[in-house]
Design a protein around this ligand. Structure first.
Ligand code: ATP
Length: 611
């Protein structure tokens, strides 16, 4: 039973990046964000212009109210009243129209930036090493690609512009207020700090809750990916872990629900406090303005007080969101930081500078004193040396977990050696062009991976230019053509999710045909350890034989027939090559090979003969 695509069923541990604390907003971070905005500076400038005009125009009707009251109503001047009302209406329409243009531009910019980021992220993730994918949590990768970038979209589309438009609105409103009456303007400003305290408190709570719910969300995604994937759910079923997994999911789901409730409520209380305070302002203004008109200042009019109250009303929104934006800001910075952390993960396996690209490949392989391990603390391969000449084949045998697959992983540079050298056609693989190296090595892996699609699509993946004849030819060679032509849809037969509609043997033969279409100089065949019946085995054997006859090949072999097809046998034990030679030489030597032969190969062969 192969492990699920979600990797192991690990408990909820945190990745380094999840542990990262509150983001530090540095100059570099801001510059980096600015770097994404830069290509759109012209559009951004236009947004700024739109913002200025729409903010000013949206305040004009409030300012005009004063004149409507004083010059129109109190003076009983109908002509003036109509003029002012029309003007007020026109300005509102204009402000709204500019608003539409501004939000279109805004959305356009935000979408383009997130489009750039998504592509960049995808490209970057493609370059990440095998190590990254075997160790990181899939839910986490998906969250980075989807929610975080979607968050960035909102930040650019809403947060940035609302900060700007709020600042502009506030400044314009303040100027207008001070022009009307500086004492009343000061009173209005005095009310504003009343917001600050509750906002700060709510901001802090919201920040913690948001982070917790994001982590919770990552974990839920991880559980879903692990338990609802094809292999994962199978594992769950076969080990009757449904209840256990359900409890695990339920616990996280409940945590999420509580967090959501708390997060929503934190916002709600904040709103209640704020709206209470916002009603105090106008009352104070009417009172102070009234006292001034009645007792002291005869130049102050009823219209002026109305304008001041209206403008104060227009200030609450911007102040409210500007204070809220502190939370949004921190949140967005966290998002950017997390995304950049992903971008900054070093690409472990890089195409070298001045890479060598030979004209053609022979597929020769040489290992020179190779030492390697997946993790620093645990060395797997110890001083491995061997040579494979062009046109020859070598079989690697050894107990399970001895490091056979690890040896071949080093050839197409899925990992790099700790020390020593892996040579391909006389060049250190780290000096060769990665594309060249990987194009010229073909691996039939133990666990066959087929994409959900037709057999044809899976074959074309190896060589998009393959003709129908080439495909038929490859399928014939791989001993799968009879099966394919027996299917009503032929090459267009669908293979199902990860090829699960086919048997193990059929899948493997299709993957052999796929490699044949790739036509690599070096063929690596990692023989499946899973038991196939002797008929399937025989079919696969017939597919392999002609393959390796004419080709440089490495066979990780579990069956005697495969081993016998190779020119040389390497016996690996605990990451070391302990014996090498031909079957004849090794079988009587009394070492590891003799043991393997007695326990594994011979029995398999005898069982095969019986059926
Ligand atoms: P089998 O015949 O069962 O396929 P193998 O000889 O091919 O076994 P390898 O797959 O090379 O064995 O594994 C060698 C050792 O390296 C094992 O102990 C395994 O646990 C470890 N190992 C393999 N892949 C990884 C990985 N991605 N990260 C960490 N350790 C790994």
């Amino acid at each position: 039973m192969p492990p699920g695509p979600g990797g192991h069923f690990g408990r909820g541990y945190l990745t380094e990046e999840e542990k990262a604390n509150r983001p530090k907003v540095t100059k570099e971070l801001l510059q980096r964000i600015a770097g994404y905005l830069k290509p759109y500076w012209k559009q951004l400038l236009l947004v700024l212009v739109c913002l200025i005009f729409s903010s000013i125009f949206s305040l004009l009707p409030s300012i005009l109210t004063g004149r409507i009251i004083d010059d129109g109503l109190i003076d009983r001047n109908l002509g003036m009243l109509i003029k002012l009302i029309i003007l007020s209406f026109a300005v509102t329409v204009l402000s709204n129209l500019i608003g539409v243009a501004e939000s279109y531009l805004n959305t356009w910019i935000a979408q383009h930036i997130s489009f750039d980021m998504r592509n960049q992220m995808f490209r970057h993730l493609q370059k990440m090493s095998q190590r990254f994918f075997t160790t990181s949590n899939q839910g986490d990768i998906v969250t980075r690609m989807t929610s975080d970038i979607a968050g960035v979209e909102t930040v650019i589309g809403n947060t940035f512009t609302s900060i700007l438009s709020n600042i502009i609105t506030l400044v314009v409103a303040l100027i207008a207020m001070f022009q009307k009456n500086w004492i009343l303007a000061l009173i209005s400003i005095a009310v504003v700090p009343l917001f600050t305290l509750p906002t700060r408190m709510a901001g802090r709570t919201r920040w913690t809750l948001t982070r917790e719910s994001q982590e919770c969300n990552d974990e839920i995604n991880g559980i879903l990916n692990e338990t609802l994937s094809v292999s994962g759910q199978l594992l769950v079923k076969l080990f009757v872990r449904e209840n256990h997994e359900y409890k695990r999911y339920r616990t996280m789901n409940e945590k999420m629900m509580r967090l959501n409730i708390r997060e929503r409520m934190a916002g709600r209380w904040f709103f209640v406090v704020l709206s209470t305070f916002s009603s105090i302002g106008p009352m104070l203004l009417y009172l102070a303005g009234g006292i001034m008109i009645m007792k002291y200042d005869s130049s102050l009019t009823v219209g002026d007080i109305t304008v001041l109250v209206a403008l104060l009303g227009r200030m609450y929104g911007p102040v409210n969101s500007l204070l809220n934006i502190q939370v949004d800001w921190v949140r967005s910075m966290a998002m950017f930081t997390r995304i950049f952390e992903y971008f900054d993960m070093p690409v472990e396996i890089k195409n070298p500078k001045n890479a060598i690209t030979p004209d053609h490949a022979e597929g020769e392989v040489r290992f020179v004193n190779v030492n390697f391990g997946y993790e620093k603390e645990r060395q797997i391969l110890k001083d491995v040396s061997f040579e494979l000449k062009s046109g020859h084949s070598v079989a690697i045998v050894g107990p399970s977990g001895s490091g056979k697959s690890t040896i071949v992983n080093l050839i197409p540079r899925l990992y790099d050696v700790w020390s020593g050298q892996v040579m391909f056609d006389g060049h250190d693989v780290r000096k060769l062009d990665l594309g060249f190296l990987r194009r010229n090595t073909g691996i039939v892996t133990q666990e066959t991976y087929l994409f959900n699609g037709s057999i044809r699509e899976n074959l074309l993946y190896a060589n998009p230019d393959a003709t129908e004849e080439m495909m038929v030819e490859a399928c014939k060679k791989a001993n799968i053509y009879d099966f394919i032509s027996s299917q009503p849809e032929g090459l267009d037969t669908l293979v199902g999710n990860r090829g699960l509609k086919l048997s193990g043997g059929e899948k493997q033969r299709i993957s052999i045909a796929r490699v044949l279409l790739k036509d690599p100089a070096l063929l690596i065949f990692d023989e499946a350890t899973s038991a196939l019946d002797s008929i399937s085995e025989d079919l696969i054997q017939k597919a392999i034989d002609p393959l390796i006859e004419s080709r440089t090949s490495i066979l990780i072999a579990h069956r005697l027939s495969t081993i016998l097809a190779a020119d040389e046998i390497l016996v690996v034990k605990d990451g070391e090559i302990v014996e090498r030679g031909s079957h004849k030489e090794l079988v009587n030597a009394g070492g590891t090979y003799t043991e393997l032969y007695e326990t594994q190969f011979r029995r398999a062969m005898e069982e095969g003969a019986k059926t």
